[in-house]
Write a protein that binds this ligand. Structure first.
Ligand code: AMP
Length: 312
C-alpha cells in the first residue's frame, strides 16, 4: 500500500464497536473462536473505500494477526486498547435457511469495564460509525468528538430491549440509524415498516437505513424511500457481520464521496449491499478480507444491472 492509495486522501471514518470471538452454529457446521465483532467487520469493509480508525477493546487472547491485518489495510489501530482479561465473546445459532438466528450467549468480558478513550488525533474525525456496542459507550465516544459532520449509529435487539433509555439518548444525537427490520419493529413497537420508519425518524436521526438480509436494504428520509437489492448469492455460508460490513461500507463510501446527501446515501447503500454479500460467502471475515478493488467493482456493476429499468 502506498500513499497514492486513494484511501489515504479521503476522510477517515472513526469506528467504535466490538472486537470479538464468535462461536457460530451454522447449517454447514460449528465454527468456534471465529474472530469477529462489529468494529472488526466494519473496519475491514470501510477500508475498501477510505482510511478507518478503530476505537475498541480486546483481551490478552485476541490475535495480533487480526490487528496487523487491519493495519495493513490502512486502519489506524491506536484506539484499540489491549486489556488484561478475555476478549468479548458472542455465540449464536442460525436457522437452516440462515434467515434468522438466536443469541446463545454474550460474555462482555473486557467490555464490562471498558471506557473508550479517543487518541487526540481521532477527535476531529468528521465521520463516525457508532457500531453495535453498549449505547452508553456510543455516547462516551460522541462526547469526546469535536464537531463531527456525519454520525451514524448501529445497534441490535440486545440493547433495544436492555438499554432502551440510553439508546434513545444516542438516537437524539445521530444523523442516521442503521438497523435490520426486526430491530426496527422492536424499536418502534409496530409491525408496519413505513410507520416504524416514521416513528424512528421522530426519535432524532434524519435518515434511517433498514437492512433486510437477502431481501435488500431501504433508505428512509425526507426525500422519500430508496430500495437497494441484495446481491443474489448461490453459496451463503455465514451471515455474521454482514450488517456491520454493510454499515462500514456505507460509511466508507460516503467518506470517499465526501457528500452526505440523499443521492450519496443511495450510492452508499449499493456499496453496502455489495460488500455485505462478500462477507456472507465465508465464515467470519475470511471472504470479506479477500475482496479486491476489481472484485468489488465487478460486483457493484452486477448489482446495478439488477436495477436496470431502461430495458423494460
Ligand atoms: P451482525 O451479524 O452484523 O449483526 O454482527 C455480528 C457481530 O456482532 C458478531 O461478530 C458479534 O461478535 C457482534 N456482537 C454480537 N452481540 C453483540 C453485542 N451485544 N454487542 C456488541 N457486539 C455484538
Amino acid at each position: 500500500m502506498t500513499n497514492a492509495d486513494p484511501r489515504f486522501s479521503a476522510n477517515p471514518v472513526l469506528i467504535v464497536g466490538s472486537m470479538a470471538f464468535d462461536d457460530l452454529d451454522l447449517p454447514s457446521g460449528r465454527a468456534r473462536d471465529v474472530v469477529g465483532g462489529s468494529a472488526t467487520y466494519a473496519a475491514i469493509a470501510a477500508s475498501l473505500y477510505t482510511a478507518a480508525r478503530v476505537v475498541g477493546v480486546v483481551g490478552h487472547d485476541f490475535p495480533d494477526d487480526t490487528i496487523a491485518l487491519l493495519e495493513s489495510r490502512g486502519v489506524d489501530v491506536s484506539g484499540i486498547e489491549r486489556a488484561s482479561g478475555k476478549t468479548f465473546r458472542w455465540a449464536g445459532r442460525y436457522a437452516a435457511n440462515l434467515a434468522s438466528r438466536e443469541t446463545l450467549d454474550t460474555q462482555l468480558n473486557v467490555f464490562a469495564d471498558f471506557r473508550p478513550k479517543l487518541p487526540e488525533h481521532f477527535r476531529d474525525s468528521k465521520i463516525v460509525l457508532l457500531g453495535n456496542i453498549h449505547p452508553s459507550l456510543q455516547l462516551e465516544v460522541l462526547a469526546q468528538m469535536r464537531g463531527p459532520e456525519l454520525v451514524v449509529a448501529d445497534t441490535m435487539n440486545f440493547w433495544i430491549s436492555g438499554e432502551r433509555k440510553t439508546l434513545l439518548e444516542v438516537l437524539a444525537k445521530v444523523d442516521a440509524l442503521v438497523v435490520n427490520d426486526e430491530e426496527l419493529r422492536q424499536l418502534a413497537e409496530d409491525h408496519n415498516l413505513k410507520r416504524c420508519a416514521r416513528a424512528v425518524l421522530k426519535m432524532g436521526p434524519r435518515r434511517l437505513v433498514v437492512k433486510r438480509g437477502d431481501a435488500g436494504a431501504m433508505l428512509f428520509d425526507a426525500d422519500g424511500v430508496f430500495f437497494a437489492p441484495a446481491y443474489p448469492l448461490e453459496n451463503e455460508m455465514d451471515p455474521t457481520g454482514a450488517g456491520d460490513s454493510f454499515a462500514g461500507a456505507v460509511l466508507g463510501n460516503l467518506a470517499r464521496a465526501q457528500r452526505f446527501d440523499h443521492a450519496a446515501f443511495r450510492q452508499a447503500l449499493l456499496a453496502g449491499a455489495t460488500v455485505a454479500s462478500f462477507c456472507v460467502e465465508g465464515v467470519g471475515t475470511t471472504e470479506l478480507a479477500k475482496v479486491t478493488a476489481q472484485s468489488l467493482a465487478l460486483r457493484v456493476r452486477e448489482l446495478m444491472q439488477l436495477l436496470d429499468v431502461n430495458q423494460l
